[in-house]
Design a binder for this molecule. Structure first.
Ligand code: DP6
Length: 329
């Protein structure tokens, strides 16, 4: 099945531009239980469920307008050259929704995540773009459909549709209409995420390629779906009780499990740098002293700390200069 089939299924074949210029914001989301592996790599359908938390104040803002000349893409006020990867990523996605070939778009996008934080992710980017299209064409999509449309850009974008905790159902249907992010109602005002930037260089291997290699070649990966169900159960339990130990331990161990499947791939994939390991050891040392400090790592060398507000001062002493965010701030 093609992305276009899903778009037609959700939106129908014909619609017109209703607004000339719109703007939309979508938050960055940090996976606590990771999405790793696809059951359909065209529609970005995952092998397992996943669970994330969005950072209310960090994300992508996208301004979308129509013009009669040519497609234009700007990132952080700089015009992006045509046919670069970024330009093609945005325009190929927009093409899914271009009913009139004479219609051209100007896309201006800003990441208020400091780019150096290495967090400027495709998740908030595609979700903000999906949301801007939704307003431009007045589709009036509900969260469920918006999440599916965002997923067609990047899998993890399906979870950037809301603030707070979001549960992405893997679904079973071939067309993925049952694979979408569902906002959860848990609130945890004390929860903090800290961002340690080890490197902001772009990754040598994309998550898409790394996932494909892992699912095909890692024997450890066969255990992944089973462990995800246990981790999700524990995360949900920890959310109910705001149990930082269970929450942090589960998220950290899930991330390490994902990286273990990458190491087990042929060839091995390792995103960490020596500093990543140094920071991990430092976090474990601090935890040994009884402090509830945990981490998670995505497909890159950077670390996201997980802790509660009561430990903010201590965390800042140990990690001066980090970007820290109140999840529900
Ligand atoms: C490690 O959503 O970037 O961050 O669907 O191919 O665009 P595509 O992959 P992407 O993968 C994110 C992987 C991850 C884990 C996660 O966010 O759950």
């Amino acid at each position: 099945m093609l992305k276009q089939d899903i778009v037609n299924k959700i939106l129908g074949l014909k619609y017109d531009v209703v607004n000339n210029q719109v703007s939309a914001f979508a938050p960055v989301n940090i996976a606590l239980c990771k999405y790793w592996g696809k059951r359909d790599d065209i529609l970005n359908l995952p092998v397992t469920d996943s669970l994330s938390v969005s950072l209310a104040n960090l994300g992508t803002t996208t301004e979308l307008s129509v013009n009669n000349e040519t497609d234009q893409v700007y990132l952080d006020n700089k015009r992006i050259v045509e046919n670069s990867d970024f330009f093609n990523g945005v325009i190929n996605y927009i093409d899914l929704f271009r009913r009139d070939p004479k219609l051209h778009f100007t896309v201006k996008t800003w990441n208020d995540i400091p780019t150096k934080a290495g967090l400027a992710s495709s998740a908030s980017g595609f979700c903000a773009l999906a949301s801007a299209l939704n307003t431009l064409f007045s589709w009036d999509l509900d969260d469920h459909k918006l999440s599916i449309i965002a997923r067609l850009g990047s899998g993890s974008a399906s979870r950037s549709i809301a603030n707070g905790f979001v549960y992405w159902h893997a679904g079973k249907e071939q067309d993925g209409m049952d694979s979408y992010g569902e906002p959860l109602s848990y609130v945890w005002p004390e929860l903090m995420i800290g961002i340690i930037t080890v490197s902001s260089d772009s990754k040598a291997i994309s998550s898409r390629e790394a996932m494909a290699c892992t699912t095909k070649t890692s024997t450890l990966y066969q255990q992944w779906p089973k462990r995800v169900s246990v981790d999700i159960e524990n995360l949900l339990k920890s959310l109910k009780r705001r149990n930082i130990a269970l929450f942090g331990e589960t998220a950290e161990s899930n991330a390490l499990g994902m990286h273990a499947t990458m190491l087990d791939s042929k060839p091995s994939i390792l995103y960490w740098l020596p500093e990543t390991v140094e920071y991990m050891k430092k976090i474990w040392k601090i935890r040994h002293k009884g402090i509830h400090l945990y981490f998670t790592i995505d497909a890159g060398p950077n670390i996201k700390l997980i802790y509660e507000k009561t430990d903010e001062k201590l965390v800042r002493e140990h990690f001066p200069g980090i970007e820290s965010e109140e999840v529900f701030g």
